[in-house]
Design a protein around this ligand. Structure first.
Ligand code: BGC
Length: 723
């Protein structure tokens, strides 16, 4: 439909119709749903919703299937006066029925293509099941693993998050201007705007407190990158930004998002976030909540009813301009139009069953490949891994047979479709003896069983980790430890005289010191998704070679949080020279460094890195070319991530010790050598100064090139106004 037609449609809508357009509800509140129909009555009453509301609401959240969508849409269009279709949105975060690794794992892939493919497969499956919009990517920078939702972020680095966020938008949407034709693509919703990942003390839904400069420097870039990549929607955050809840923060949404970032798509509130501004203490009642959120530019209210019950009064009393509502409605209709819903409200599914697109072998293969790319080899003492296929394995621990390997946002994935660790290992290794233990207990009988099983085996593979429910939304932990029983199990197994491999399945960085000490090899698999067991077998057997790098630092212990690689210096930094002195910045009981740093991860291969000499001087505005030659000096094919960091040594404000500015994952056959060139433009050297201007300043800069944030070669470049 032409843009003018959409505009015209808005002008034909009554005030009530326009207000209802800004409401999003669960599917079971609509007629025609095939799910939980009995809930309709009471909840409708509780929310004081009438037929007129549900017959004109703008959007559905989380329908269950293509049939559900068709049923609801059909019933809706029968009564909707102007024939404006519903748009169906859902949480499709790391895969749909084919579940991919959690986003934190995907962050560790350091691989744009892996992430793009995840989103592409997600869109293929989700659109086949009737969804039009996904509430992904979540691009909240995270520095506190106590927060359960770190599993849903790609990590602690603004640049990595930006690059992977763009890749996700690309994978979901394809060509954003062709969503009306490309029915296997869906619209992406960037969330949670803004800074939700900075909840104080890792406590879910807690206050966020940071300077505006910090917000611009580290927290906004990833959202912005995804928006510039064409993401169609943005979701507000639950938290305050500079004291004002994001959902009613005019400066944040009107000035920054709509103004500076030029975002003109739909801004949706998070679940209930419009009403929750009352709990924040910045609105007295639903009426003010509606007014302030609409004034701040929120177009669509998710699951609460402030708009539907209050906007009319506000407009009639002259407290709110109807123009604001018209703008919101126009954005909603534009989204529907962009998705081609006016031409085909079913997006190709009415007479076309696309279930064949869901959970195919091809998609499973892609999820498996993504799992392999995302796993991080933390330890491999005396090169225990990979294991020969003939190796007799004692597979022990709570995750040995657990189907709980899909990860926190597997909303549509089903455990029955998942390959657990035992199944995966049995497909590859000839002898696997299994002892399954509890997550939180280790009994004497368990020990006896483990001892008996281990006796005749060559190697122990421990499968340890978290339950899904220990992370994700509302999954904050005050201590990032596994249950003590699992550390005890690791220590007990170590006494049995066989080499020990620990495989870890979890959604956050954990305290792993004891695990590293009581094993010969430690492999972080996160929650790998549907193909978890096969991913594990691929890596343990050497059919695939680990190539993931940590996208979030692993603290020594909970008390060290927040620990992240791109921190500022202090006036009294601890250095190798002053170590041992009291009045320098340090802990008495632990090292300053994280247990495993950002960017760290081992391989079965060995690589040699050589950076061609860099210029000593650079003009302001000029790009720096960094040429790196990488050679696989082992006889195993593998992949290495080349990482380039910068430090602005002296600037008008204190700058981080290191910031990632470029990375590339390079695949190398045994003995192969490749040269990779990076171009660091003046953008890479720029930062937000005290006046919030993005500037590049002259002066000494350090360039770090390496294979982790710690393992780097250092070069110095003087940036100035040379001729
Ligand atoms: C979460 C969002 C999610 C929404 C809809 C909220 O509780 O914070 O990330 O998209 O629910 O399910």
């Amino acid at each position: 439909m032409k843009q003018e037609k959409v505009q015209e449609l808005v002008s034909q809508m009554t005030l009530d119709e326009k207000i209802a357009q800004c409401l999003q509800l669960s599917p079971f509140l609509f007629k025609g749903t095939n799910k939980n129909a009995e809930l309709t009555g009471p909840l409708l009453q509780e929310m004081k919703l009438t037929d007129a509301h549900t017959e004109n609401a703008g959007s559905v959240l989380g329908s269950s299937s293509a049939l559900d969508m068709i049923g609801i849409q059909e019933a809706y269009l029968k009564t909707n006066r102007l024939g404006i279709p519903l748009v169906f949105m859902a949480d499709v975060i790391h895969g749909y029925k084919t579940v991919f690794p959690i986003p934190l794992a995907l962050g560790c892939s350091f691989d744009r293509e892996t992430v793009r493919v995840m989103a592409e497969v997600s869109a293929l499956e989700a659109t086949a099941d009737g969804h039009h919009v996904t509430f992904s990517p979540m691009l909240d920078l995270v520095r506190d693993p106590r927060w359960g939702r770190v599993m849903e972020s790609t990590g602690e680095d603004p640049f990595l998050n930006s690059e992977l966020g763009k890749a996700m938008v690309d994978g979901y949407q394809g060509d954003a201007s062709k969503l009306n034709e490309n029915l296997e693509q869906m619209a992406a919703c960037v969330k949670h705007f803004a800074a939700y990942g900075a909840a104080e003390a890792g406590l879910e839904y807690n206050t966020v407190n940071m300077s505006t400069r910090e917000l611009y420097q580290n927290y906004l870039p990833a959202y912005n990158a995804a928006i510039q990549a064409g993401a169609k929607l943005v979701m507000t955050a639950f938290n305050v930004v500079d004291g004002i809840p994001a959902t009613m923060n005019k400066w944040l949404n009107r000035d920054v998002l709509r103004g500076e970032m030029e975002f003109d798509g739909v801004l949706i509130s998070d679940w209930g976030a419009v009403a929750e501004v009352i709990n924040h203490g910045t609105a007295r009642n639903p009426k003010e909540a509606a007014q302030f959120s609409m004034e701040a530019g929120v177009d669509l209210e998710m699951m609460t009813t402030c708009y539907i019950h209050e906007l009319k009064g506000l407009i009639e009393e002259g407290k709110l301009s109807e123009n604001l509502l018209d703008e919101a409605v126009l954005r909603m209709l534009n989204l529907k139009n962009d998705l081609g819903l006016f031409e085909d409200p079913y997006r190709g599914l009415k007479n076309n069953d696309r279930t064949k697109d869901i959970l195919t072998d091809e998609s499973r293969g892609k999820a498996r490949a993504a799992g392999v790319e995302s796993a991080v080899l933390l330890e491999n003492k005396s090169r225990l891994l990979p294991l020969a296929k003939e190796a007799k394995i004692a597979l022990v621990g709570p995750l040995a047979t657990s189907p709980d390997i899909l990860g926190g946002w597997n909303v549509y994935g089903e455990e029955k479709d998942g390959i657990n660790v035992e199944t995966g290992l049995r497909e590859v290794f000839e002898t696997v003896e299994v002892v399954s233990t509890e997550y939180t207990e280790l009994s004497e009988e368990d020990k006896v069983a483990v001892k008996a099983a281990v006796q005749n085996m060559d190697v122990v593979v421990l499968a340890l980790g978290e339950k899904n429910e220990w992370g994700g939304e509302a999954g904050s932990l005050a201590t990032i430890r596994l249950p003590e029983a699992q550390y005890q199990l690791a220590k007990f197994v170590q006494t049995l005289g066989k080499p020990v491999v620990i495989t870890l399945f979890n959604g956050r960085p954990l305290e792993v010191k004891e695990l590293a000490e009581s094993s010969d090899a430690l492999l972080e698999l996160w929650f790998p998704g549907t193909e978890a067991g096969r991913v594990t077998a691929d890596l343990l057997s050497g059919a695939s070679n680990p190539s993931g790098k940590l996208s979030m630092s692993f603290p020594q212990t909970t008390g060290q949080i927040p620990v992240y690689y791109n921190h500022l210096r202090t006036g009294r930094p601890q250095t190798p020279e002053n170590k041992g002195e009291r009045y320098v910045s340090h802990y008495l009981d632990i090292p300053n460094e994280p247990f495993y740093p950002f960017g760290y991860g081992k391989s079965y291969s060995e690589f040699e890195l050589k950076t061609s000499s860099l210029p000593k001087e650079l003009n302001l505005g000029e790009s720096l070319h960094v040429e790196v030659t990488i050679k696989n000096i082992s006889d195993i094919a593998g992949k290495e991530v080349i990482q380039v960091y910068l430090q602005d040594v002296t600037a008008s404000i204190s700058r981080p010790v290191k910031e990632l500015k470029a990375f590339e994952k390079v695949a190398l056959q045994a003995g192969e050598e490749k040269t990779v060139t990076f171009e660091l433009t003046s953008e890479a050297f720029s930062f937000y100064n005290h006046q919030l201007e993005k500037v590049q300043e002259p002066g000494l800069h350090r360039v770090f090139v390496g294979t982790s944030s710690e393992d780097v070669d250092v070069f110095e470049v003087e940036v100035g106004g040379y001729v």
